[in-house]
Design a protein around this ligand. Structure first.
Ligand SMILES: C[S@@+](CC[C@H](N)C(=O)[O-])C[C@H]1O[C@@H](n2cnc3c(N)ncnc32)[C@H](O)[C@@H]1O
Length: 280
């Protein structure tokens, strides 16, 4: 008889760019919770790709809190927390870490379906519910339907990881041999196939040869989709998150319905740009 050993928790190692992301999210979550508490709104924190709760910092070699634990620490506190991860070991760990809190709801499974069926229906406009939702997958694992529903509800603000490196590697740099599966994931993330017209254009050359467009062009087109197709009224310029060699790994997008939300995020991004920590 073969015995399968239970999987052990393995903390993700994170680079300085992830620590910067965590700082940005923590700052905004604090501002958000302060304002919504003052206004008397019941407000929730939703982390759809939550991780295990801790990461290993490459910089210091120490364990650091991940986005859900940072949110649990925000003062004034959120009223409710919805944490989702696909990895059963991480989900067990999240359950252990939050066992003493009855306002924390931990789900194991694909957040694309759990958000739509179990979480978003609780955040209704008429009942003065609001939520800050973090959509932070490693790669192309998010579906546009989630983004569109968050915008439609008008109660949910999102931070979104736009995984341009994964897109380039698996789809955009290799259209001919991109596997069917990568293209399916790209279509699901983008919400259709219009990325093809954006990513390859002959506009800028004389010979009518389609050229791969820059990351900036692709990110700007997605920003436009968040506004005009999904229906978020306020989508500031995203923050490019770069590795130590300066390559953009992903863009951190924010989208909301309130002008004040856009202003706060723009101020946070500008402060990091001024300190030389965000370029571009
Ligand atoms: C970048 S990590 C999240 C890090 C976390 N937001 C933080 O900053 O502390 C991405 C997580 O998404 C999870 N994941 C991947 N696909 C998923 C899916 N379809 N639904 C839910 N979680 C998923 C992975 O197991 C992983 O823990």
């Amino acid at each position: 008889m073969t015995r399968t050993r239970p999987k052990r928790l393995h903390h993700d190692e994170v680079g300085p760019w992830s620590e910067l992301k965590l700082e940005i999210l923590r700052k905004y979550a604090t501002a958000y919770s302060t304002i919504l508490t003052e206004k008397g709104f019941h407000h929730s924190y939703v982390d759809a790709f939550a991780g295990s709760g801790h990461h290993l910092s490459k910089r210091t070699g120490e364990l650091i809190p991940g986005s859900p634990l940072n949110a649990l620490d925000v003062k004034p506190p959120f009223d409710n927390f919805y944490l989702i991860d696909l990895d059963a070991v991480k989900v067990d760990e999240l359950r252990k870490l939050t066992a003493d809190k009855n306002n924390v709801h931990v789900f194991g499974g694909d957040s694309n379906s759990i958000l739509l069926s179990e979480v978003f229906p609780n955040i209704r406009y008429e009942s003065y519910k609001r939520a800050l939702c973090i959509l932070d997958p490693y790669g192309l694992h998010l579906n546009w339907t989630v983004i569109a529903e968050a915008a439609k509800l008008r109660t949910i603000e999102i931070f979104l990881n736009f995984p341009v490196l994964d897109m380039n590697r698996n789809v955009l740099w290799r259209t001919e041999d991109a596997s069917g599966e990568s293209v399916v994931r790209m279509n699901a993330f983008w919400g259709g196939e219009s990325w093809r017209d954006v990513a390859y254009s002959s506009d800028a050359n004389l010979f009518d040869i389609k050229e791969k467009q820059t990351n900036e062009v692709i990110a700007e087109a997605f920003r436009e989709r968040l506004r005009t197709v999904a229906g978020f009224k306020h989508v500031p310029e995203p923050a490019p998150m770069r590795n130590s060699k300066g390559a953009v790994l992903y863009y951190l997008f924010f989208a909301a319905q309130q002008p004040a939300a856009e202003k706060i995020v723009t101020d946070i991004f500008s402060a990091y740009r001024k300190r030389g920590m965000l370029h571009g």
